[in-house]
Design a protein around this ligand. Sequence first.
Ligand code: DAT
Ligand code: MG
Length: 150
Amino acid sequence: SNTERTYIMVKPDGVQRGLVGEIIQRFERRGFKMIALKMVWPTTELLEKHYADLKNRPFFPNLIKYMASGPVVAIVLEGRDAVATGRVMLGETDPLKSAPGTIRGDLCLQVGRNICHGSDSVQNAEKEIALWFPEGIVKYTLATENWIFE
Ligand code: DAT
Ligand code: MG
């Protein structure tokens, strides 16, 4: 397994529902290293770039409206297999199809209000991190690293 970076974002409904701490805590406790964190009220321009692959889907206008409806919390996590493991911890796109124990399977009920984003590939993670954190990430040593990885 490789050390990877993934882009995780608490969506406006996750922020409004007070789930920022809960979501960050799951990734922290799993052992991921947080290397960037900020709150931002995204512009439609930024969101259209973030979701560019979906621009021809019928739900795209509603998706942009929802994502622009309030501030989000943007996070970069680093760790072994961060992208795939982040997706497993997130659950399925549709919360009703998400297993209990996952973020979406535990905390939400509808695809149009699914509270959290996670990159779906290493390549998309790199694109998303560059898009949301043009200022870059924070470099530091995590003191617990040798207790999380052998
Ligand atoms: P994911 O967020 O699991 O990576 P995605 O990238 O395919 O899923 O879609 C991005 C978001 O768009 C998703 O979190 C919620 C919304 N969405 C996806 N499919 C949808 C659908 N069939 N109806 C309504 N919204 C949808
Ligand atoms: Mg996606």
